[in-house]
Design a protein around this ligand. Structure first.
Ligand code: ST9
Ligand code: ZN
Ligand code: ZN
Length: 327
């Protein structure tokens, strides 16, 4: 459990302001001896926004029976596009470079990523590289050692631990900055989120089949967004705690079928932390892995290539050496 200190010197954005500190360096210096380091300040702005979002999502459930069936299909389609923007985009392409994508596919994935509204591709990938390199230490942004709640959502409610920032700066992110699609998406991130995460999902049902704006906003935007966030966060929380470890019993990430199902193929997390370069993020190729199906389809269409894969020999040897004996 994270012990939150009292927040009398933290502002709504979680900035810690010790008395007499004029700038960032002085704040850091003074906070070294303080009982309230900046990384423990609660970011009330995020707490309030997430509370409102989740309340809106609960309300949206009541609206489901009142919606046009096309609105259900549309909301689910938006969920899949959202998910691909994370799994095939920010995760397997930009964080891990597990395959190559041509410009049209990178543009599609960046647009889909803005629909996901999970921080821009650069920030997501930088944090995710830190998560792999410094897994389950203070330099891991959603360090699961700090408990289920912190790994799931709590990490967005406090300032980052100083190790995340200090050690994160040692990571090589030059490839991300060299990709004009990543740079463009970061530059216009706010606008792209307003359009892709909120306006487009809401306006399509209203314009094309006369759905009420209210219903389409709550279903295709709020509910779809909230579910996609929680499914993604389950990879950080549940898949770091529950499941078996056939590839490496010495690390916490686990194979979690429930997460795999929701996260369109991203729950083989023991495999993924053992072989992070594998484009399928799983030993089993297409099985339970819509993201792998999508990448394979893109390769077939000539829009992607250079898929990296752990060989069966490599996997077998690793299972024998460090696995927990399960399949
Ligand atoms: C969200 C992201 O939900 C979810 C990511 C989940 C990852 C899952 C991984 C699992 C893999 C598989 C995928 C499965 C997907 C399935 C999909 C199915 C649908 N290195 O951040 P700041 C520096 S987002 C190096 O402000 P604070 C940097 O210089 C939800 N440096 O830290 C930065 O400046 P700049 C929506 C780093 O002030 C400066 O520090 N978004 C690093 O402590 C300050 O950075 C939100 O709710 C690093 N790693 O604030 C927003 N990190 O800007 C949430 C930082 O120039 N975020 N630096 O880069 C925030 O409000 C804040 O970040 C904060 C921390 C309050 C959390
Ligand atoms: Zn990863
Ligand atoms: Zn992980």
């Amino acid at each position: 459990m994270v012990a939150f200190p009292d927040n009398e010197r933290c502002d709504i954005a979680g900035r810690y302001e010790p008395e007499g500190a004029e700038n960032h360096e002085e704040t850091e210096a003074k906070s070294k001896d303080a009982t309230k380091p900046p990384s423990r300040c609660i970011v009330w702005r995020n707490v309030i926004l997430m509370f409102l979002l989740h309340t809106g999502a609960l309300y949206a459930i009541i609206l489901i029976p009142k919606a046009h069936p096309f609105t259900w299909i549309w909301s689910y389609t938006c969920f899949i596009v959202t998910a691909l923007g994370i799994t095939a985009g920010a995760h397997r392409l930009w964080s891990h470079r597990s395959y190559r994508a041509k410009l049209p596919l990178r543009i599609f994935l960046a647009v889909a990523n803005s629909m996901a509204f999970q921080n821009d591709i650069f920030e997501w990938s930088r944090d995710h590289r830190a998560h792999h390199k410094y897994s389950e230490t203070d330099a891991d942004p959603h360090n699961a050692v700090r408990g289920f709640f912190f790994a799931h959502i709590g990490w967005l409610f406090v300032r980052k631990h100083k190790d995340v920032i200090e050690k994160g700066k040692r990571l090589d992110v030059s490839d991300l900055l060299a990709d004009p699609v990543v740079v463009f998406q970061r530059k216009y991130y706010r606008t792209s989120v307003v359009v892709m995460c909120f306006l487009l999902p809401t306006l399509v049902p209203w314009y094309f089949w006369g759905e009420s704006i209210w219903i389409s906003y709550f279903l295709a935007s709020i509910l779809r967004y909230t579910i996609s966030l929680n499914v993604t966060w389950l990879v950080n929380s549940a898949a770091h705690m529950y499941g078996n470890r056939p590839y490496d019993r010495n690390i916490n990430p686990r194979e979690n079928r429930f997460v795999t199902f929701g996260a369109i193929g991203e729950g083989f997390h023991n495999f993924h932390h053992t072989f992070p370069f594998d484009y399928s993020a799983s030993e089993f190729g297409l099985r339970w892995n819509p993201t792998t199906c999508f990448i394979d389809l893109m390769c077939w269409l000539g829009l992607a290539g250079n898929r990296k894969k752990a060989t069966p020999e490599m996997i077998k040897a690793r299972k024998l050496r460090t696995g927990d004996g399960s399949v």
